[in-house]
Each structure stands twice: as structure tokens, then as C-alpha cells.
Design a protein around this ligand. Structure first.
Ligand SMILES: Cc1cc2nc3c(=O)[nH]c(=O)nc-3n(C[C@H](O)[C@H](O)[C@H](O)COP(=O)(O)OP(=O)(O)OC[C@H]3O[C@@H](n4cnc5c(N)ncnc54)[C@H](O)[C@@H]3O)c2cc1C
Length: 265
């Protein structure tokens, strides 16, 4: 059940140059893949994936890219933020299966949370973590402390294998088909993962992010073509059968005004 709260930032961890993890001492009862609407007083409210949650605390990992998130970056321990959540759908994690997580950018955070649950359920997890360059890789240290097999890729070869996360995914699928793939990251990366999942006939769960204003299914700003599914309530996590029906997946998204923005391939 979702809660509407104001909470003090209990701890801040620096993950990368413009990326911070904010910890809150509160039981949120969230599942991996769900998000909160984070209200940054005086600025805006933004959807942010839940990076960790247990009975005592939860965490959000935020990349400072625009006005609201850049303001958040300046906030300190003890400052108050608004939280509405948990919201949306989540990764359905089976027990005792071979899973592959494919993450890019802050997508590492919700998939780290999913990996913890999967390992607890006795799954074997291959975690493919990618970034353009080594300084942008997130959650390496956290993942290294788990029993997941971590595969790192960078576009420029500055760390791990030079290339794309999808190169490693293709190799893993070709050597031994996983039971399921879970992905979160930039949409073109997710689309590449979806295409491999289709080719190898492996089930896949994808977090499809759209511009969200309310986060609760009222405003319709995150509706996708052609069905009008709202990604804040019928998503963000969808399986590949549903993703295939979302015509705009991998092609375009809409900005705050509803204008179509085509992805540059
Ligand atoms: C379900 C969901 C979960 C998310 N989880 C996280 C997370 O864990 N960590 C994190 O750092 N960010 C996350 N985001 C993205 C985050 O909400 C945006 O980065 C944030 O809105 C940026 O706010 P801003 O005001 O700083 O910048 P803005 O001025 O709002 O945006 C800066 C740029 O990012 C683009 N943008 C903003 N939001 C989106 C979107 N949803 N889809 C496509 N483009 C967008 C804008 O068009 C603009 O180009 C998530 C988004 C969704 C929908």
C-alpha cells in the first residue's frame, strides 16, 4: 500500500560524479522495480526507482540531470523530502532459477535490489553492468559484495569488456539459455535486450520509463501508444509480451508537453 510521507534524509552516499544514493529511515514495504514520486520542495516531484528497502530503511539513487535533481544534489543530511509510494508494477522474481539482469546507468539500482531478492530465493544471477566509460559505472562495489556473477562492459573499454551489455547477453544466451532476463536502463539498450530475448525465446521483464507528472494514473502523461497504458500504474515493469504491443517502445517517448521525441539510433 502506498504511503504519502515527509522524511528527513538520513544518509547520503556518493556513487559517481553526479549520482548520489539517499537513505531514509522508514519501512516502505516496496518491491524491486517499483518507484516513488519524490517531492523536492520548491522544485518539482519526480519518479525515482527504489534502490533498496527493508523493514527499517530504504534508498533512492538519483542522477542529477535537470533542475529538480540538480537541486536535490545540493541537499544535506537532515533536509526534508516528500515521498509518495511505493508505486507501479515490479519485477516478478521466481525461485531457484538462472536469471540475467542487464543494467545501464541508474538502472543498476533497481536491478541490484531485484538481485538481492533473487539470491535470497536461491536464484543464480548473472548481472551485466554497462556504461559509456568506467567513471559512469554504478553499483560495482555493492554488486561485488553479493553472490551475483558480475560482467562489466564499457563502450570505450576503460573497464571490463569493451562493447555493449548486449554483446555479453548474447554470449550468455548462446551458451546456456537463462530462465528469464530483467532489464532497466536507457531505452535503446532495453530495446536491444528485448530483441535478444525474442531471438532466443527467453522471457524478459523490462522497466519502461515515461515522463510522469502524477505517478498515480490520473494525469495520463505517461500513457503509451497505441493502447494508452499508463506506465506509472500498468508499468513501469512490463513483460516482453506487453512491451511488444507498446508500439513506441524503442522508437519514441513524449516530453512534459506531450511532444514526441524520437530516440537517436
Ligand atoms: C519509473 C521511473 C523511475 C525512475 N527512476 C530513476 C532513478 O532511480 N534515478 C534517477 O536518477 N532517475 C530516475 N528516473 C528519471 C527521473 O525521474 C528524471 O531523471 C528526473 O525526472 C529528472 O528531473 P529534472 O527536473 O532534474 O530534469 P528534467 O528537466 O525533468 O529532465 C532533464 C532531461 O531528462 C529528460 N527526462 C526526464 N524524465 C524523463 C523520463 N521519465 N523519460 C525520458 N526522459 C526524461 C527530460 O526530457 C530532459 O531532457 C525515473 C523515471 C521514471 C519514469
Amino acid at each position: 500500500m502506498s504511503q504519502s510521507l515527509t522524511l528527513k534524509i538520513a544518509r547520503i552516499e556518493k556513487e559517481a560524479a553526479a549520482v548520489r544514493t539517499y537513505w531514509f529511515k522508514h519501512r516502505l514495504d516496496a518491491k524491486p522495480g517499483q518507484f516513488v514520486m519524490l517531492w523536492i520542495p520548491g522544485f518539482d516531484q519526480k519518479p525515482i526507482s527504489i534502490a533498496y528497502a527493508d523493514k527499517k530503511e530504504f534508498a533512492l539513487t538519483v542522477s542529477a540531470i535537470g533542475p529538480a535533481t540538480k537541486h536535490l544534489e545540493k541537499m544535506k543530511v537532515g533536509d526534508v523530502l516528500g515521498i509518495l509510494g511505493p508505486l507501479g508494477t515490479y519485477y516478478k522474481i521466481p525461485a531457484k532459477k538462472k536469471l540475467v539482469c542487464v543494467a545501464g546507468g541508474y538502472g543498476a539500482a533497481p536491478l541490484y535490489f531485484a538481485t538481492l531478492e533473487a539470491l535470497q530465493k536461491g536464484c543464480q544471477v548473472d548481472f551485466i553492468l554497462g556504461a559509456r566509460t568506467k567513471d559512469l559505472l554504478l553499483y560495482q562495489n555493492k554488486l561485488a559484495k553479493t553472490k551475483a556473477r558480475v560482467h562489466i562492459t564499457t563502450n570505450d573499454g576503460s573497464k571490463g569488456k569493451k562493447g555493449l551489455v548486449t554483446d555479453v547477453l548474447e554470449q550468455l544466451c548462446a551458451s546456456k539459455k537463462p530462465f528469464e532476463i530483467m532489464t532497466c536502463g536507457p531505452e535503446l539498450m532495453e530495446y536491444g535486450v528485448f530483441q535478444i530475448a525474442e531471438e532466443y525465446k527467453v522471457p524478459c521483464q523490462i522497466s519502461i520509463e515515461r515522463y510522469m507528472k502524477c505517478g498515480t494514473g490520473v494525469c495520463g502523461s505517461c500513457s503509451v501508444d497505441p493502447q494508452g497504458l499508463r506506465m506509472c500504474t500498468e508499468g513501469p515493469v512490463v513483460d516482453k509480451v506487453l512491451a511488444k504491443m507498446i508500439y513506441e517502445f524503442g522508437k519514441y517517448h513524449r516530453d512534459a508537453t506531450g511532444t514526441k521525441i524520437y530516440y537517436k539510433k
